[in-house]
Design a protein around this ligand. Structure first.
Ligand code: NAD
Length: 316
């Protein structure tokens, strides 16, 4: 149970990746300011988290079952918390979906929205009324740079994060009246199971109903570029956890928090040309570059080093 003065932090999707690292970084806070309730769908998947948490497990970190796609599971988890009191809610659970649109059944697309969009709303609906009553609290949503600009072959995933951005931008205004803070964390590529699952899925899939030109564009142009982008620009889950800690500890937490300054120019393109043509053409041309892209990515990394920090939140 939380000690007096400790903030109760509830995090979704903690069995792997970013959620696991946020849970560990907060539970290991030197001043022990947080009591972390790390949640996951299946406690059989707790071992990696328990090992990474070390001594903090059982002291500043506890575990609970929570499936963001189930009303009952969400209610049961929140009802199990003393006085249903959550100071900081971190909505991290999410799933990806990549591939040619023609080959993806609508049911699979709905699953992405059920988790990435309605899953977050389900959590917020359960926790927000108490925060409003108490006139305090912080809701954090792990979105993505793909919630700020679309990425080819990630159409539905990107749409789910755009939906979240729009939802939160609207809700943040109302919450200001109640002194409840809402912040988005917008990572670029991060090395987690997300990336591994994507590559594994692609190898296993046949893409029925998709024409050969599109399959070729996806497998031989998009995928190698995507792997290259992950290798060159990818951050670690720990980077994102440290950014998130900075956001919740800020005096005046920002609403938008891109974690990778290298994405600032890409997002800026969108706002530089209100017709949208500039950013769509830029992405098209980036993909056409093929092997040259790697060189450009490395050059971008060095050219932009340090000078874009103010537009993003740095992990250090
Ligand atoms: P991950 O697959 O390691 O973690 C996602 C976690 O969510 C997993 O532990 C999974 O079990 C959990 N989850 C899935 N469905 C759930 C459900 N219904 N209820 C509860 N938990 C559920 O991947 P990650 O990269 O750590 O992803 C975490 C978040 O970061 C996601 O919201 C993702 O969209 C976002 N993100 C990831 C990247 C990236 O490149 N990895 C980039 C930007 C944003």
């Amino acid at each position: 149970m939380a000690s007096p003065g400790q903030k109760v932090v509830l995090i979704t999707g903690c069995s792997s990746g970013i959620g696991l690292r946020i849970a560990v970084v907060l539970a290991k806070d030197e001043q022990k300011r947080y009591y972390v309730i790390a949640t996951m769908r299946d406690l059989k998947r707790k071992d990696k988290l328990v090992e990474a948490a070390g001594d903090a497990y059982g002291k500043t970190l506890s575990l609970a079952v929570l499936d963001v796609c189930s009303d009952e599971s969400v209610k049961q988890c929140i009802n199990g918390i003393k006085d249903r009191h959550v100071d900081i809610l971190i909505n991290n659970a999410g799933i990806g979906l990549v591939g040619p649109l023609e080959s993806i059944p609508i049911e699979e697309m709905k699953k992405v929205f059920e988790t990435n969009f309605f899953g977050v709303i389900r959590m917020i609906k359960e926790v927000m009324p108490d925060m409003k009553k108490r006139k305090g609290g912080h809701i954090v949503v792990v979105s993505s740079v793909m919630g700020l600009h679309g990425v080819v072959f990630n159409d539905v995933y990107s749409a789910s994060k755009f939906a979240m951005e729009g939802f939160c931008e609207s809700l943040a205004v109302q919450l200001m009246k109640f002194d409840v803070t809402l912040s988005m964390i917008e990572p670029g590529p991060v090395h987690t199971e997300f990336e591994a699952k994507m590559i594994q899925d692609v190898k296993a899939k046949e893409y029925p109903g998709t024409d050969p030109d599109t399959i070729n564009y996806f497998k031989n142009v998009y995928l190698p570029s995507s792997v290259d982008i992950f290798e060159t620009l990818g951050q670690t889950p720990d980077d994102i956890a440290r950014c998130t800690k900075k956001v919740i500890e800020a005096n005046k937490p920002r609403f938008r928090n891109m974690t990778n300054s290298l994405y600032t120019p890409i997002v800026a393109l969108k706002y530089a040309d209100e017709t949208g043509g500039l950013s769509i053409r830029a992405f098209h041309n980036i993909l056409k570059m093929g092997p040259l892209m790697h060189v450009s990515m490395v050059a971008l990394k060095y050219l932009t080093c340090g000078c874009l920090k103010s537009s993003s939140i740095s992990p250090n």
